[in-house]
Design a protein around this ligand. Structure first.
Ligand SMILES: [Zn+2]
Length: 402
């Protein structure tokens, strides 16, 4: 066990947590043939292609986009404005594989065909695996740190440590416990020379603090367990996709898309776990793909998933779409925002959403923060974005393609 840094005993420092939470620490290549022919250079890859999709919502990069962080925010800003160069970046592919593998979905002329749908699906699954790996590192850091502090508390805890817990605002501790320890410290009379008396107080503080730490550890251990399960599910899914690519057998790969020719000011690729009618969890990736070509708007909402059964969840999705044509678009946007959140728009677009809608997105996102699965229920429609692209005749330009 590495000893604790002297000046930080015996706290879990918020600064350190923030440093470890900063994204994109891991460098990996998820290409189906990796490590074969990996170039070793891990350049950040866009999880949503800059060209044509991000460009379409930012007037060719002239505007910044918002990166959402609602699910993991711990007092951090939930929406950060970034240039499209840095937004949506992750280090999940080496430079060579990233360029070769995704060439067709980074092209100006995007075509919604099976091959491209597969690539989008693959990149989305790789991003999910990448994020779970990051979470794993983050959780493990906190668990290890707590173990070290508990060890320290057993043998070396002293009064100055108790004072540090109370005074150092950089320490992760809830206000109630801080106050409790403070009130015990206040009871100690400096003029009382009976050292046995103050020893008793110190033991009491140690006990309170250690039990608090054990509680946090319990929470993180359980979070880590769930995260490991999700990572395993995702890696299994990715392995199936690797196999498909390597054997060229795409029998159980499914996709469905809708085409809109009115501008959609969002771009994204997010994964959502949806239960089908048989109660089986199907991971569906939702791709919101705006394209702006010669001032003409072409937009695809593409859903991809793996299933041996063709009809599921196509039926569920068709039902949603048929209730009201824009439901599917709104549902896709809502699910993207409230689940993986790998969705982007300009600050202008976000600010133009109704404040009640923004509030609901934030609430549901936090509720979903430790879940892999979601379900399409009537509730989703209650807070769906009310975004309706309508053409000049007042009709919804809509085409459902199977
Ligand atoms: Zn590689």
């Amino acid at each position: 066990m590495r000893p604790l840094e002297k000046n930080s005993i015996p706290l879990i420092l918020k600064n350190d947590i923030q440093k470890i939470s900063q994204r994109n620490k891991i460098r990996i290549c998820f290409h189906p043939q990796s490590p074969k022919e990996c170039c070793g250079k891990k350049k950040g890859a866009h999880s949503v292609s800059k060209s044509p999709f991000l460009n379409a919502i930012t007037e060719n990069g002239k505007k910044n986009v918002i990166e959402f962080n609602i699910r993991i925010s711990d007092g951090e800003d939930t929406c950060k404005e970034k240039s499209i160069k840095s937004v949506s970046k992750f280090y999940g592919f080496c430079e060579k594989h990233d360029t070769e593998f995704f060439r067709n979905i980074e092209a100006r002329d995007f075509e919604a065909n099976k091959q491209n749908a597969f690539l989008l699906n693959y990149r989305s699954t790789a991003l999910v695996a990448y994020r779970y790996k990051e979470n794993q590192e983050h959780n493990q850091y906190i668990i290890d740190r707590i173990d070290k502090i508990i060890e320290y508390n057993k043998t070396e805890f002293k009064f100055s440590d108790a004072e540090l817990i109370v005074e150092d605002k950089n320490g992760l501790i809830c206000e109630e416990i801080r106050e409790e320890i403070k009130s015990i410290l206040n009871k100690i009379n400096p003029n009382n020379t009976d050292s046995r008396n103050s020893e008793k107080f110190l033991e009491n503080i140690k006990e309170i603090y250690t039990s608090y730490l054990l509680n946090i550890k319990k929470r993180y251990t359980s979070r880590q367990e769930t995260n490991t399960n999700y990572l395993t599910n995702t890696e299994n899914l990715l392995n199936l996709q690797k196999q498909m690519f390597n054997t060229k057998k795409y029998d159980s790969f499914r996709y469905i898309y809708i085409f809109y020719n009115e501008k959609i000011p969002f771009a994204g690729s997010s994964s959502v776990g949806v239960y089908d009618k048989n109660g089986k969890l199907v991971i569906v990736t939702i791709h919101i793909l705006p394209i702006n070509q010669n001032n003409e708007s072409k937009n695809y909402i593409l859903l991809t998933w793996l299933s041996d059964e063709e009809s599921i969840p196509i039926n569920a999705i068709k039902e949603c779409a048929e209730q009201e044509k824009n439901n599917l678009l709104n549902l896709c946007l809502t699910l993207s925002f409230t689940n993986q959140q790998n969705i982007f728009c300009t600050k202008e677009t976000w600010d133009n959403l109704h404040c009640e809608t923004r509030r609901k997105i934030e609430t549901v996102s936090r509720e979903n923060s430790n879940k892999q699965e979601s379900s399409i229920t009537d509730d989703c429609f209650d807070f769906s974005l009310n975004f309706s692209p309508i053409d000049s005749d007042g009709n919804v330009p809509f085409k459902l393609a199977l």
